[in-house]
Ligand binder design. Structure first.
Ligand code: S3P
Length: 166
């Protein structure tokens, strides 16, 4: 079984993915960590020192590499990974099932307000209201890609396993 988890920042891709992989005794790959390891640099400092365009280019390159793998795994992708170039088409064409973790905007904004320092995409949103407004628009744009996933999960705090069984 190979699963690709997609969804907005803060939707729980890594947390749910890791827990699910552990229960199913599957390998878990966190794509952000994979990219950081290959680049030998944190995502925040890649954004700072080389800029978002460079980041997106490398993201596309490592995604291609990862999609060639055929072994069983649960992979959590970055929030923007499916939303640039032909990434979503590639994900759909690869072996495996894509799963969009759909979480309401208010829930995402609440979670992200507490963690915005680690998220270069959100760093200019300096009040909870601005952040929520930004997330609402950004998620609306990205939903075009996310909604192409094979499975859409509307989670309200349940585990991925419970969600997949529902
Ligand atoms: C991004 C999401 C992040 C990371 C980068 C850009 C985005 O991943 O790839 O900061 O554009 O949504 P997570 O969704 O795992 O936080």
């Amino acid at each position: 079984m190979r699963i690709y988890l997609i969804g907005y920042m803060g939707s729980g891709k890594s947390t749910l993915g890791r827990a699910f992989a552990q229960k199913q005794k599957l390998n878990f790959i966190d794509f952000d960590a994979y990219l950081e390891k290959r680049e030998q640099q944190s995502i925040a400092s890649i954004f700072n020192e080389k800029g978002e365009i460079y980041f997106r280019k490398q993201e596309a390159k490592y995604l291609k590499e990862l999609l060639q793998g055929r072994e069983d795994a649960v992979v959590s992708l970055g929030g923007g990974t499916p939303c640039y170039g032909d990434a979503m088409e590639r994900i759909k064409a690869a072996k495996g099932t894509s799963v969009y973790i759909n979480v309401p905007v208010t829930e995402l904004s609440n979670r992200l307000w507490k963690e915005r320092d680690h998220r270069p995409v959100l760093k200019h949103q300096d009040t909870p209201e601005k952040l929520e407004e930004f997330v609402r628009k950004h998620l609306f744009e990205r939903s075009f890609y996310y909604n192409q996933a094979d499975v859409i999960l509307r989670t309200q705090g349940q585990t991925l396993e419970e969600s997949l069984a529902a």
